[in-house]
Design a protein around this ligand. Structure first.
Ligand code: NAD
Length: 420
């Protein structure tokens, strides 16, 4: 899969949705291209006095429905096509859930485990200053993604504010609560995954209490998804994994115990002292183990033509962005696997990011109950919209989610017209 290009995935899905809606290509062609791209190379001084030049990106896919919105990823595999795809997914995600944003994404090509905290802070601040012409509360608002967190968002907010000369909390979301972060944002993406699973099970007439679940990836999204799927739905999490490998127990894993272990900075599952009855499995095995529900919550390109036929889950809820390739999608559809797509299932994060931005712009603070209640309302409405089109047009949930998003995007483009 070395020639896998996630942006090709995006373009093919957009075309598919456009054709399904009976649109002419001229109506949706704009969304097949990113609106603006910035690549930066910036020097950073390391703790030992040496200098490294680091590569980064910020790509804005569309601002047709509002300011661009999307996370920043720190990962050694970051590249332009990946960031482009992630930016486009943000455009569609915001449209599907009906929040007034376009889509963007950022990436810094580093392995964060190789840097000290002080070096990571300098990298973040210098990257922020390099992408400064693009970002701002009315233009483009970053948020956390793989290997970035509230602390990193705090550094971005401070750097931007220092350059402006006054405090600008609305430039970034997913910040620490004490500097303008929203209650509920840390758990929002995982909560949205849990809501999506709950609503899919309702439509499949399945009781969550009897089902078994595997979660790939135990970072922000995977760990909260695992926690809420077990604590709020009563389902049994039997397999989880992270970059160090996976664990499996057919009687169910001790999720609070695993989360307590992972909460210690730098701890991975391979150092978890698993109780008897739990066996170590590979990441590949987590994807294909015998479960009712699979939640990929790590990176893109995990479910491919090579392993799709071996997947035993009958329901997949895509917590990660782009975990399934186009080829794998077809195999899963033929097998009758029900798949809740990323642009719907993981939209909880950007929905609460929107609440955070609104609170920042209005200098207001919502309580957590209000955040979670409003998130639930928005997610359920979007899930209903996607299911309605899925049933009307007899298409997969992915195609139907893209159709829901594309209709709103094309409408915005038509209303705005083409400048000049
Ligand atoms: P994170 O950095 O907190 O966690 C990533 C997890 O994946 C870690 O547990 C890591 O060990 C694991 N991992 C990495 N490589 C792996 C591999 N090859 N096999 C198995 N596990 C592996 O990142 P996150 O914020 O939880 O993001 C996870 C996914 O969710 C990404 O696709 C991201 O784009 C998407 N997402 C995140 C948010 C958010 O709010 N953070 C919102 C929407 C979507």
């Amino acid at each position: 899969m070395s020639n896998y290009n996630p942006y090709d995935n995006v373009v093919s899905t957009i075309k598919n949705a456009g054709q399904m809606l009976g649109m002419k290509e001229s109506e949706y062609i704009t969304f097949m291209y990113p609106e603006r791209e910035l690549k930066v190379n910036f020097p950073v001084r390391m703790d030992d006095g040496s200098v490294q030049v680091i590569e980064g990106f910020r790509i804005q896919h569309s601002s047709d429905r509002g300011p661009c919105k999307g996370g920043i990823r720190f990962h050694p595999d970051v590249n332009d096509d990946e960031v482009r795809a992630l930016a486009a997914w943000m455009t569609f995600k915001c449209a599907v859930v009906g929040i007034p944003y376009g889509g963007a994404k950022g990436g810094v090509k580093i392995d964060p485990t190789k840097y000290s905290r002080a070096e990571l802070e300098r990298i973040t601040r210098r990257y922020t200053s390099a992408i400064l012409p693009l970002i701002g509360p009315e233009k483009d608002i970053p948020a956390p993604d793989v290997n970035t967190n509230a602390e990193v968002m705090g550094w971005i907010m401070d750097t931007y504010s220092m350059m402006k000369g006054y405090s600008v909390p609305g430039v970034v979301t997913g910040k620490p609560i004490d500097i303008g972060g929203s209650l509920g944002r840390g758990e929002a993406t995982g909560r949205g995954v849990m809501i999506t699973l709950r609503e899919c099970l309702k439509r499949l007439n399945k009781d969550p209490k009897g089902i078994t679940v595997a979660v790939q990836g135990m970072g922000n999204v995977g760990s909260v998804s695992a926690k809420l799927i077990s604590s709020e739905l009563g389902a049994k999490i039997v397999a989880v994994s992270d970059v160090s490998g996976g664990i499996y127990n057919p009687d169910g894993l001790d999720i609070p115990g695993i989360l307590a272990h992972l909460a210690t900075r730098g701890n991975l599952l391979d150092t978890y002292n698993a109780p008897a009855g739990t066996k170590r499995i590979s990441n590949a095995e987590v994807l294909t183990c015998d479960v009712d529900v699979l939640v990929p919550a790590a990176l893109e390109n995990q479910i491919t033509a090579e392993n799709a036929a071996d997947i035993k889950a009958s329901l997949i809820v895509e917590a990660a962005n782009g975990p399934t390739t186009v080829e794998a999608d077809k195999i899963l559809e033929e097998k009758g696997v029900f798949l809740a797509p990323d642009i719907l299932a993981n939209a909880g994060g950007v929905v609460v990011s929107y609440f955070e931005w609104v609170q920042n712009l209005q200098s207001l603070v919502w309580d957590e109950e209000e955040v979670n209640k409003t998130l639930n309302r928005i997610m359920v409405r979007a899930i209903d919209d996607v299911f309605r089109l899925h049933e009307d047009k007899k298409v997969t949930l992915r195609t139907s989610a893209y159709c829901v998003g594309l209709e709103k995007l094309v409408k915005a483009k038509t209303l705005r017209g083409i400048f000049p």
